[in-house]
Design a protein around this ligand. Sequence first.
Ligand SMILES: CC(C)(COP(=O)(O)OP(=O)(O)OC[C@H]1O[C@@H](n2cnc3c(N)ncnc32)[C@H](O)[C@@H]1OP(=O)(O)O)[C@@H](O)C(=O)NCCC(=O)NCCS
Length: 216
Amino acid sequence: MPSDLNPPTGIPEPTSGPPVVRPAVPADAPAIAVILSDALRAKYRPALGARALAGLAGMVRDDLSSGSGGFLVAELDGETAGAVHLATAESRPGDGFARRLTERVGLVTATRAMLVLSLLRPDPLAPDEGHIGELGVAEQARRRGVARALLDAVEQRAREAGKARLTLWVTGENAPAIALYEGTGFAAVRRRRWPVGRLVFRASGIILMEKRIGGS
Ligand SMILES: CC(C)(COP(=O)(O)OP(=O)(O)OC[C@H]1O[C@@H](n2cnc3c(N)ncnc32)[C@H](O)[C@@H]1OP(=O)(O)O)[C@@H](O)C(=O)NCCC(=O)NCCS
């Protein structure tokens, strides 16, 4: 059948360009928030409920405006397709985080968010550690190497910052993410049972994964 008889579907043709990763700028905040609030809804729904998008957009914008440079974005054919955040001991959220969140989402939601997110707060970061706190890829862009490209770039950035290892927490139920991390050189270093996590995030266990990236 001639292809011009196929009706237009409105669905963009898949393209083959490789993901392009770059440091995020403040104008990326809305797109990053859309991707993370969707990809990480198991985390941000319990924390921020219906205000997840607004709350996240504000938090991302704060991070980007602070100049800490923790976010990287990946583009596929000019569209934002994924984002990752690198935290270090030097770049923890500054003073005024709770106040700014309250201004954006109201006191009740902000209080709930602080409480819920504190359940996920990693141990204080060591000087040699780069910590991946957020990684998300838009659903329509998955399995095209976006996360792998973001992890490569974040590793390079952590190495340039003098870090010797990358760490992250992943829930035991998240098979795609565990496959991604194992395939990119991370290994489990600690497993925690997580009764509160089962209640709040529907995840019964959480795994600390680590990758040595250089140094001593
Ligand atoms: C996990 C996630 C980030 C992967 O993003 P992605 O861009 O689709 O991943 P990539 O295309 O770079 O995949 C790299 C490798 O990871 C593994 N992988 C990725 N998704 C997988 C899946 N659904 N099932 C099994 N393995 C998977 C594969 O080994 C894959 O290599 P392959 O495609 O050559 O087989 C994405 O599914 C996502 O955003 N999930 C929701 C958010 C999340 O869980 N974030 C991590 C929190 S710790």
